[in-house]
Design a protein. Structure first.
Ligand code: DX5
Ligand code: ZN
Length: 215
């Protein structure tokens, strides 16, 4: 069970300090939004490069961008240890996933709430992680969509059939209230933005989430 706090809810004027607050987490989740694939705009390659230089933990880059076939490999080169693209935006996801792995990154595929998983199941051999979104991507602090739990279970079942070590990540509205149902459905990597950075003691929030997910 791994926790990946989203720095989208961190203080953008002090990112190095904000990363130090979650040094006990497994990953730092970096939400890259381009203002096209999603209406919001956050940060891009130069900042990911800078974060990779100072982060005590590996970067889990979630790319909510158009044309990931072109841009995602550059996030692996910039220091993203895990790079997740959206299947809705990818033209040639198999080649893209292979490229990411070729650059030494873990390759992740993200699916929005209204996107079914089944048509993409045959991509599993080329993936290290499937991200099931539990909010519409674009903003932190939204309400958890419990109706995505059957999809999490479906992905977990497909991963089990396929064999090998593929992680199942959930992202959006994950908190002490919702993390247990995510774990029960089969998730093993949990992104949490406001639940971690909204807490007085972010490291304690990480430990609490991990304990709940493991219980
Ligand atoms: C939403 C982002 C999430 C977001 C999660 O588009 O992908 O990573 O930061 O924030 P919370 O945990 O506050 O829902
Ligand atoms: Zn995210």
């Amino acid at each position: 069970m791994q926790i990946s706090p989203s720095i989208l809810s961190a203080d953008f004027a002090n990112l190095e300090t904000e990363l130090a607050r979650i040094a006990n987490a497994d990953w730092a989740h970096v939400d890259v939004m381009d203002g096209h694939f999603v209406p919001n705009l956050t940060l891009g390659l130069p900042i990911v490069e800078a974060l990779a230089r100072v982060s005590p933990i590996p970067l889990d880059c979630h790319l909510m961008i158009e044309d990931p076939d072109r841009w995602a490999p550059m996030y692996a080169e910039a220091g993203g240890a895990s790079v997740t693209f959206h299947i809705e935006a990818a033209r040639d996801p198999r080649t893209l996933a292979k490229n990411l792995r070729g650059l030494g990154a873990r390759a992740g595929m993200a699916i929005k709430p209204n996107t079914p998983f089944a048509p993409y199941e045959d991509l599993l051999p080329d993936l290290d992680m499937v991200l099931v979104m539990t909010v519409e991507p674009g903003f932190g602090g939204q309400s958890f969509m419990a109706d995505q739990m059957p999809k999490v279970a479906q992905v977990r079942e497909a991963v089990r059939r396929h064999g090998g070590e593929i992680w199942v990540q959930v992202d959006g509205g994950v908190s002490a209230k919702t993390i247990e149902e995510c774990a029960e459905a089969g998730a093993d990597v949990f992104v949490a933005g406001s639940a971690v950075y909204g807490a007085e003691d972010a490291a304690a929030a990480v430990d609490q989430l991990r304990a709940l997910a493991t219980a």
